[in-house]
Design a protein around this ligand. Structure first.
Ligand code: HEC
Length: 231
């Protein structure tokens, strides 16, 4: 009897424990279900998992893009050359020095010696084995040629051996070209007239023409008035 009671009590106890466990597990499941539900809902409304590009970008940088919406308009080599120094060019040249020497009579390395290269014939240094593309290029190294070459060597000379990606900034290309031109400036700098100066000159010309026309009208009016008075 006592045993019986004991057994009953223990079964009850176990059952109570089991119920408590089931209840707790139920709440945990419920909470997990809620969480999942919210995750699905919020994903549906906020598209958190799929990055989207806004229809209009939040910022527009003035003066960088041209009217046609194309790429940024780069300044000319002539203008860039007025903004840089030989010293800046020497710093840029550090990127070239692993393959090139520039001292007079310097040895050819991975690339040819570059002493007095500005104004010199393209692909014509003695003792250097150029790629066939470079050998066939022809012409001289002027400012524009050097600008195009250093921007993207692989595009300027197809199959070039110069494995150098290029200098993306025109100021860097201008500076290194100025440095290669040397302190004595073997090649003359291209002429550059700032556009602002041209405009004010044109404006002055226009004003002068208008003034002359006005004077002429005045003179005509005066002579007409004199003629009328005389009649
Ligand atoms: C990884 C090596 C390497 C680097 C870095 C390099 N060059 Fe060159 N360069 C070459 C090679 C190789 C050639 C020959 C190209 C050919 O034959 O196609 C060459 C050719 C040239 C030429 C043509 C020379 C001629 O005789 O007509 C110029 C100019 C030149 N490099 C300038 C530069 C400048 C300026 C830089 C740095 C901004 C630079 N290179 C960086 C390897 C290099």
């Amino acid at each position: 009897m006592t045993d019986q009671t004991h057994t009953d009590a223990s079964t009850e106890g176990q059952q109570a424990g089991g119920d408590l466990f089931n209840t707790a597990a139920g709440w945990v499941l419920f909470a997990a279900g809620l969480g999942l539900g919210f995750a699905i809902l919020s994903d549906k409304y906020f598209h958190g998992s799929t990055p989207e590009r806004p229809e209009e970008l939040g910022y527009v940088i003035e003066g960088v893009e041209d009217e046609s919406g194309g790429a940024a308009v780069e300044m000319t080599m002539a203008e860039a050359l007025t903004l840089v120094t030989i010293e800046q060019g020497e710093k840029v040249y550090a990127k070239c020095a692993s393959c090139h020497t520039i001292a007079p009579g310097g040895a050819n390395g991975v690339g040819p010696n570059l002493h007095n290269i500005m104004g010199a014939s393209v692909g014509a240094r003695s003792g250097f084995a150029y790629s066939s593309g470079m050998s066939a290029k022809g012409g001289q190294w002027g400012w524009e040629e050097m600008n195009a070459w250093l921007k993207r060597p692989s595009a300027y000379v197809e199959g070039t051996k110069m494995s150098f990606a290029g200098l993306s900034k025109i100021e860097d290309r201008a500076a290194v070209a100025l440095f290669m031109n040397g302190p004595d400036g073997a090649l003359q700098l291209p002429e550059f007239t700032p556009p602002a100066a041209e405009t004010s000159e044109e404006a002055a010309d226009e004003a002068a023409v208008e003034q002359a026309e006005a004077n002429q009208n005045d003179a005509e009016a005066t002579s007409q008035a004199t003629a009328e008075a005389e009649a």
